[in-house]
Design a protein around this ligand. Structure first.
Ligand SMILES: [Zn+2]
Length: 379
């Protein structure tokens, strides 16, 4: 597990248990010493959590469960720890036993339902998670957390309309996720409409996506596809060009299509413009050259300067060139063949690699986290 996520979940659990303690003792309303009611070992477990020692924390909480101090807080801490460790069945059992208690105060019952929804989410039991989250949404203090989790459920179910509605509800509650995410939902809906042959609806949704997020590259890309289907080649080239200019990561997949759409006569003019646009951005220039290598068009005259400067900057490319006796044509052909079969993208959040570009990581569901990977490994 990457270091950052360990820290994140420990902080998350600590926040959860502190939140539970705060609720339990009425912190914020009036301060009272927790030691009067909490078993001292519970605070020791909490210390282990805060100091990033989850295994020791687990031992302490398990012992507490075995002894007399079988408290609500211990249930929550243990359930959360088990879920984070991927032991979801155990987490569910712990939350179930909590919910089965007679006389459980409403605030703990609601918190337990939210925790169990997160267990189901982690286990991939999306329908069950959805049902519980819809219930928890009705609790004002948990509404935003539950709505945001529900948005995640709809994303994973590809229920884009419901994800969009939930995004808007969060906006009304003053807790809107980034506008770009709503624009992605609209693009998903537009892509589905286009696939079903409803290009009018697809265009309308894409206009809405661009109103949501000005200059949104994915909307330009999809609108270019619609223009292509409507045989409006000029518009398709203009919009696809706009998409790759705003999101150079798209060059890897879209450069061959863009070059083909522009046609042989206009291709070099287009490549010159792309070179000019990347000039002051070494990362974009590198992506352009790698895309051209993979597409087998790196020998095109307008790319000569960009190819030379990227080769000069990249040790791996210079080495490949030297190994081939300085024959640039041969080096570009060999690198192109290598790149065409490489895992070209990697999720910056979770490290998932793929040959195709995804707007949303299939593994961790982060949006716009894909970055060129072959570029990194060849460095
Ligand atoms: Zn990921």
């Amino acid at each position: 597990m990457p270091e950052i996520s360990v820290v994140t979940w420990i902080v998350g659990i600590a926040a959860l248990v502190i939140g539970i303690l705060a609720g339990h003792f009425g912190w914020g309303r009036r301060w009272r010493l927790p030691s009067a009611r909490v078993h001292p070992d519970y605070l020791t477990g909490l210390d282990y959590l805060v100091t990033e020692q989850p295994d020791r924390a687990l031992d302490v909480f398990l012992k507490l469960m075995e002894t007399s101090a079988d408290t609500v807080e211990t249930h929550f801490a243990l359930g959360s720890l088990y879920r984070r460790r991927g032991e979801v069945e155990r987490a569910i059992r712990i939350h179930e036993s909590l919910l089965a208690r007679t006389g459980l105060p409403a605030e703990h019952r609601e918190q337990a339902l939210l925790a169990m929804a997160q267990d189901y989410l982690r286990a991939g039991l999306l329908d069950r998670a959805e049902r519980l989250l819809l219930e928890v949404c009705r609790v004002p203090r948990l509404r935003v957390t539950a709505l945001d989790a529900l948005r995640g459920v709809y994303e994973r179910q590809h229920e884009w309309r419901q994800a969009l509605d939930t995004h808007r509800e969060l906006a009304r509650a003053g807790a809107a996720p980034p506008a770009a995410i709503a624009a992605h939902y609209l693009c998903e809906l537009a892509a589905a409409a286009a696939a079903a042959g409803d290009l009018v609806e697809a265009r309308r949704l894409l206009r809405e996506a661009r109103a949501q997020q000005a200059g949104f590259p994915r909307a330009a890309l999809l609108r270019a596809r619609v223009a292509e289907r409507e045989a409006d080649q000029e518009l398709a080239v203009r919009l696809l060009h706009e998409a790759v200019r705003r999101a150079p990561v798209l060059l890897g997949e879209e450069l061959p299509r863009l070059a083909a759409l522009a046609g042989l006569e206009a291709r070099d003019g287009l490549l010159s413009r792309l070179v000019g646009e990347c000039e002051r951005d070494p990362a974009a220039q590198r992506q352009l050259v790698f895309a051209a290598l993979a597409a087998g068009i790196a020998a095109a005259t307008p790319l000569a300067g960009a190819v030379a400067s990227v080769f000069a900057r990249e040790a791996a490319l210079s080495a490949a060139l030297a190994a081939g006796g300085g024959d640039l044509g041969r080096a570009t052909r060999e690198l192109g063949a290598l790149l065409a079969h490489a895992e070209r993208y990697r999720c910056a959040q979770c490290g998932f690699t793929a040959r195709s570009f995804y707007w949303q990581c299939p593994a961790c569901h982060a949006w716009e986290a894909f970055e060129p990977h072959a570029v990194v490994t060849l460095r």
